[in-house]
Each structure stands twice: as C-alpha cells, then as structure tokens.
Unconditional design. Structure first.
Length: 194
C-alpha cells in the first residue's frame, strides 16, 4: 500500500486519500470509510437510502421527518434548494425545542450571539453594571422593554437602552449633532408656555 492511498474498511478497496473524508483521528488524518461508503452508511442510519433512488416530479419533495411527499411550496427554501423538512415539521421541531427545559433561553442566547456577538450572560452582566437603568432616561429596565444599542457602522455594542430611547437614537440616525440639536430645540420650547 502506498502512503497516499488507504484501504476502505467497508468495500476493502485501496483508494486515493482524497476519496476519504478528513478526520482528526489516525496518522493519515482520514476517515476509515471512503466517501461513497461513508455516504451510504449515513443514508442507512437515517433510514433514507431507499428514498434517495426515488424520482419525484420537479415541483414535489419528500419531507425527511414525516416522509410525506409535498409540493415544494410547503418547504422553507435556502438558495433555491428545499430544506429536508417541510414547514409543518420544521415548526413542530422548533416549537418542541423552545419549550424544552432551557430551550427558550437557548434560543434567546443564540439570537444574541448571532445578532450582537455576545452571550445572554454577557448581556445580563451589562444590565447589572448599568444597575438595570437605561443609559439615557434612567428608567428601570426591569419594567419596560430593553434593547441592546449598537453602532450600525462598526457593530460595536454601546449599552442597554429602553426601547423608546433606542428608537429615538435610530430616528435621529445615531448622529450626535442631531441629538444635541433636538435637545436645544426642546429646551427652547420648554421655557415658553402656550
């Protein structure tokens, strides 16, 4: 056996290393099974090997969870490809995951990491550091909707604001001059009575 080849444990054929998936195990850093055998093993373990050979009409797709054949409109799409689960199954799985113990917190944490690059624990630490007060109006954030304010240009998180203050900054286009001008305008009209 040459060093740039390997024998597959399933089919017993000697193949080039590029015919094996990468693995962090072993001295050759390749999987024990060649790619075709590995793919076949995966299909068998998922119980989908007999479904792969099936030919469906162009506008139809089989759900990998409920195994029903449905029109492609009943699947969420990703870059013109159908997902493996229909919308009904996908929503059921998502709902079950969210209501599982700690599931809602996991969903919220994933949203914070995806959107702001921080975990829910880091967000909660920011709240404690701010003493649960909005950075602008100092309203208690435990009694109102709180938003994580961030710079849209750099993505840097600035602090936690009440929803109203965060919207106000957005309407003023995060421009300090507009904010100062709005402040001067309000002060000017506060002193005059109708």
């Amino acid at each position: 056996m040459k060093p740039e080849t390997k024998v597959c444990r399933d089919c017993g054929l000697e193949k080039q290393l590029n015919q094996f998936y990468y693995s962090s195990n072993g001295k050759l850093k390749r999987a024990a099974y060649c790619k075709p055998c590995s793919n076949l093993r995966g299909k068998k373990s998922r119980g989908t090997d007999e479904l792969i050979k099936e030919t469906l009409p162009e506008d139809m797709h089989r759900c990998g969870r409920c195994k029903e054949v449905k029109i492609k409109d009943q699947f969420y799409k990703n870059q013109n490809e159908c997902y493996t689960q229909c919308k009904k199954c996908s929503m059921m799985v998502s709902r079950n995951w969210q209501i599982s113990p700690g599931g809602e917190r996991k969903v919220r944490n994933a949203g914070f990491v995806r959107k702001y690059g921080i975990t829910l624990k880091e967000y909660e630490a920011m709240l404690v550091a701010q003493k649960y007060l909005c950075c602008i109006c100092e309203i208690d954030l435990r009694t109102t909707k709180a938003d994580l304010d961030h710079c849209h240009a750099t993505g840097k998180n600035r602090g936690i604001l009440c929803h109203n203050c965060n919207c106000a900054l957005g309407f003023l286009k995060d421009n300090p001059q507009f904010c100062a001008s709005a402040g001067r305008y309000l002060e000017k009209h506060l002193s005059t009575k109708p």
